[in-house]
Design a protein around this ligand. Structure first.
Ligand code: S3P
Length: 431
């Protein structure tokens, strides 16, 4: 479905983005193998949540939904470490890479047969990165394309611990191995090339698992049980990022984003925007379930170009497309490097961002692992594509708010994957 966004004289809003997707997925999966019943409030919304909950239900996990004090809450009845059951059909991950890669860590350790697949985008994304370490741990697993693509088929496996040097700084890969490590004999260590989001290890530790971090090395030893964990999920900083960029890059804006998760392994977008000169204030800092959150207030700012490269990349990976919008409005050049992973996300996000924003008048040159962006462009409405990618759809919408005239975004429903209320909130912000 096409959707048209008009440039706006002023942006003013208080928004509450959906619950954090990464934390919600881990809360569902880890509580599913815990020994109790857990309540997860402010669970993420959108198609990706349907994917994760559907896979867990397919493994025999009972999950019910209620609204408690106006907050959507899921109750997950844990089946313990040995209680999952053989699915009677394939498990479906939809568009969600996190679901496929994390659930695969579980499936690899089960004594039954299972198949997991996803939509056409996910079936094109690299899975060898998880199959290699899972096979080293003793998993019996096969995949299309010689073990590099989904569908993936598992047929039980007595796992043993490994020490694994990760070739990419991927939280999904790290989490997959750590989850498999909960079931493996002996200890499992991963060595990360750079720090990526650490929700899995935080949550495992809160549930009583023996997880140790020493520099870039993480080690998990199989627990006898996991305790269930009630949690109120903070709002997703990756959803907040659209508002932060809209507020900072628009010449007449003030936006408050409430209850945003500010786990340091996720706040690269705040670091980059502040380095660009963005006027962002943090209020009401809180902590719940080992995850900090705060309200963020952003106002129109004079932005300047920066270099985004190296170790910060995994902490800002999902926000790079919308940061490119900010860079197009900054003074001077912005360089994004070391971000080749963007090419294997829900779409090739380097190409999708550059082609889309250039159609609006930005000056972006693709490089193999990033983008060179000349700032100071006056954007003008045009027709752009989301490539079926939620983050591209919403990044183009933010560009449309800053552009003169009308910007039409193809396949705009892609935003439903993580942020179904985005378009309504966008309309409300235009005053
Ligand atoms: C995620 C990790 C990142 C991120 C994705 C969510 C997670 O992917 O891009 O949106 O929840 O672990 P990679 O692990 O592939 O970098």
């Amino acid at each position: 479905m096409e959707r048209t966004v008009h440039g706006s004289e002023r942006l003013e809003a208080t928004v509450i983005p959906p619950g954090d997707k990464s934390i919600s997925h881990r809360a569902a999966l880890l509580n599913a193998i815990s020994d109790g019943q857990a309540r997860v409030a402010n669970f993420c919304v959108g198609d990706d949540r349907t994917s994760m909950l559907g896979c867990l239900r397919g493994l025999g996990v009972e999950i019910s939904e209620s609204v408690e004090e106006g907050i959507e809450t899921f109750t997950i009845r844990g089946r313990g470490l040995d209680g999952l059951t053989e699915p009677s059909d394939y498990l479906y991950s939809g568009n969600s890479g996190t679901t496929m890669r994390l659930v695969s860590g579980l499936l690899a350790a089960q004594s039954f047969f299972s198949v997991i697949t996803g939509d056409s985008s996910l079936r094109g994304r690299p899975m060898k990165r998880i199959l290699t370490p899972l096979s080293m741990m003793g998993a019996q697993v096969m995949g299309r394309g010689g073990g590099s693509l989904a569908p993936l088929a598992f047929d039980g496996g007595d796992l043993h611990g490994i020490e694994y040097e990760m070739p990419v700084a991927s939280a999904q890969l790290k989490s997959c191995i750590l989850i498999a490590g909960l079931f493996a004999e002996g200890e499992t260590s991963v060595i990360q090339p750079a720090e990526s989001r650490d929700h899995t290890e935080r949550m495992m530790a809160s549930m009583g698992a023996d997880v140790e971090q020493e520099g870039m090395r993480l080690t998990v030893r199989p627990p006898s049980r996991l305790a269930s964990l009630d949690i109120q999920v903070p709002c997703d900083i990756s959803g907040a990022a659209f508002w932060l960029v809209a507020g900072a890059a628009h010449p007449n804006a003030r936006i408050t984003v409430q209850g945003v998760g500010i786990n340091p392994s996720r706040t690269g977008v705040l670091d980059v925007l502040r380095e660009m000169g963005a006027n962002i204030r943090m209020e009401n800092v809180q902590e719940e379930g080992n995850e900090p959150s705060a309200d963020l207030v952003v106002e129109s700012s004079d932005l300047r170009g920066v270099e985004i490269s190296g170790d910060i990349i995994p902490r800002v990976i999902d926000e790079l497309p919308v940061l490119a919008v900010a860079a197009s409005q900054a003074t001077g050049q912005t360089i994004i490097r070391d971000a080749a992973e963007l090419r294997v996300k829900e779409s090739d996000r380097i190409s999708a961002t550059a082609v889309g924003l250039n159609a609006l008048g930005a000056k972006i040159r693709e490089i193999e692992d990033g983008m060179m962006i000349e700032g100071g462009s006056k954007l003008a409405g045009a027709e752009v594509e989301s490539h079926g990618d939620h983050r591209i759809a919403m990044s183009m919408a933010v560009a449309g708010l800053i552009a003169d005239g009308a910007t039409t975004i193809g396949e705009s429903e892609a935003a439903d994957v993580s942020y179904p209320t985005f378009w309504g909130e966008l309309d409300d912000a235009r005053t």
